[in-house]
Design a binder for this molecule. Structure first.
Ligand SMILES: Cc1cc2nc3c(=O)[nH]c(=O)nc-3n(C[C@H](O)[C@H](O)[C@H](O)COP(=O)(O)OP(=O)(O)OC[C@H]3O[C@@H](n4cnc5c(N)ncnc54)[C@H](O)[C@@H]3O)c2cc1C
Length: 373
């Protein structure tokens, strides 16, 4: 079968690109390896930088039942607290709900879907792609978008640089019920990691942490690591003791890499985490995925309207992507160095406590401006 555009991966980046292209009259096939709805490891706090865009698209966070979040609590491994308003703020909604709302919007916009299907290979042949799935389907395509997230086997097939190194990071997520202010996102530090907690829909909370696999290896299992390492922070200790955990077991992902990536690889336009993952402590990877999806779609619309050739499409997309996101990714990587190190995060808490404008500046530099179209 032949398509002008094929999108690999139906997370926030892929769905946004699909909606924009379909609404511009371009036929799109989106291949997603899972079905909707599904859970994902994510802190589920979305920066308000994309709120105006989402409302315009037809997804109002208030109507979806999202929690409104406008303050930030930072605690050190010893439990010291620093509170700060969040200038731009954001909202909390589970990926289970949010991705599903976006999927329904994409369907209504005319995006064609192939679900429960994994793309296994993408070959560039002179002026088009051949895309193959694990179930043996084959598509001839003019433009391919890689929106398949942090790391997949496709990255190995495409020989991407960051696949040469293993990453020590893993992510763990629960949904819980707990007494905590609904308007606050807390970031609790512990040895070799940090844990976010914030409200989502239906009086639930998302608790999600990033740590190093060596912590689990040392203690033998996730619950034992939580007991010995995370619970050293008294705030996490209270959550583990008092909260009602709503899953039998947590969602877990391994090999979370923050290494720099390229926005175009073998003519595939990468977007969302496939183009670069910001460290979760910045809390705006989802906003970047949505913004990146929009950006990719605009470049492709220009290409199909005859204003650009393929070389211009690839160069233009790379330039715009870097301009929009490179600095934020760099700041995120460097701020993360302070977290997980007990002495440094204790120092950071006291330092930013004395200089609140500096804390606001750091938060601002990892976020974009509100994104209007
Ligand atoms: C621990 C942790 C906490 C985080 N917390 C936050 C937070 O609080 N706020 C925030 O804004 N960001 C957060 N992020 C970042 C955020 O989750 C990502 O930036 C965002 O999900 C990126 O969206 P995406 O569409 O690029 O990728 P994804 O949402 O990962 O979607 C990729 C999709 O591609 C599909 N796929 C993969 N391979 C294939 C294939 N071969 N064929 C077909 N389909 C495929 C997958 O099934 C998936 O649905 C966090 C990240 C981590 C690791």
């Amino acid at each position: 079968m032949t398509y002008p555009v094929l999108i690999i991966g139906g997370g926030l980046a892929g769905l946004t690109t699909g909606i924009e292209l379909s609404r511009a009259g371009i036929r799109v096939l989106l291949i997603e390896r899972k079905n909707y709805p599904h859970h994902k490891v994510c802190g589920e706090y979305i920066s308000n930088e994309v709120r105006p865009y989402l409302i315009k698209l037809g997804l109002d966070p208030a109507i979806m039942g999202a929690a409104e979040i406008n303050s930030f609590r930072f605690t050190s491994p010893k439990g010291h607290i620093l509170d700060s308003p969040l200038q731009m703020g954001g909202f909390g909604i589970s990926r289970y709900q949010f991705d599903d709302h976006l999927y329904q919007l994409a369907q209504a916009s005319g995006v064609e879907f192939l679900l429960n299907t994994t793309v296994s290979d993408v070959h560039w042949i002179e002026d088009h792609f051949i895309v193959q799935t694990a179930t043996g389907d084959e598509f001839k395509v003019e433009v391919v978008i890689g929106a398949y997230g942090k790391r997949t086997r496709l990255d190995r097939e495409l020989k991407r640089d960051f696949m040469q190194q293993t990453s020590p990071y893993m992510g763990v997520k629960y949904h819980i019920r707990y007494e905590f202010p609904k308007d606050t996102i807390a970031l609790h530090n512990f040895k070799n990691g940090y844990c976010g907690i914030s409200a989502i829909e239906e009086d639930k909370y998302c608790m999600c942490y990033l740590t190093e696999r060596s912590n689990v290896k040392k203690y033998g299992s996730i619950p034992e690591m939580e007991r010995h390492v995370l619970a050293q922070n008294p705030h996490i200790y209270n959550i583990l003791r008092e909260a009602e955990f709503l899953y039998e077991s947590p969602e877990v992902i391994n090999e979370v890499s923050f290494a720099p990536k390229k926005a175009v690889v073998n003519h595939v336009l990468m977007t969302g985490d496939a183009a670069g993952l910001i460290t979760p402590l910045c809390g705006n990877g989802m906003a970047m995925a949505i913004h990146g999806g929009w950006l990719a779609a605009q470049e492709i619309i220009d290409y199909f309207s005859g204003h650009r050739n393929r070389r211009q499409l690839e160069k233009g997309y790379t330039r715009h992507w870097k301009k929009q996101f490179s600095n934020r990714l760099w700041v995120g990587r460097n701020v993360q160095r302070m977290f997980g190190n007990e002495t440094l995060s204790e120092f950071a808490l006291h330092f930013f406590g004395l200089l609140p404008p500096l804390l606001r500046l750091v938060i601002r530099s990892t976020h974009g401006k509100p994104f209007h179209v």
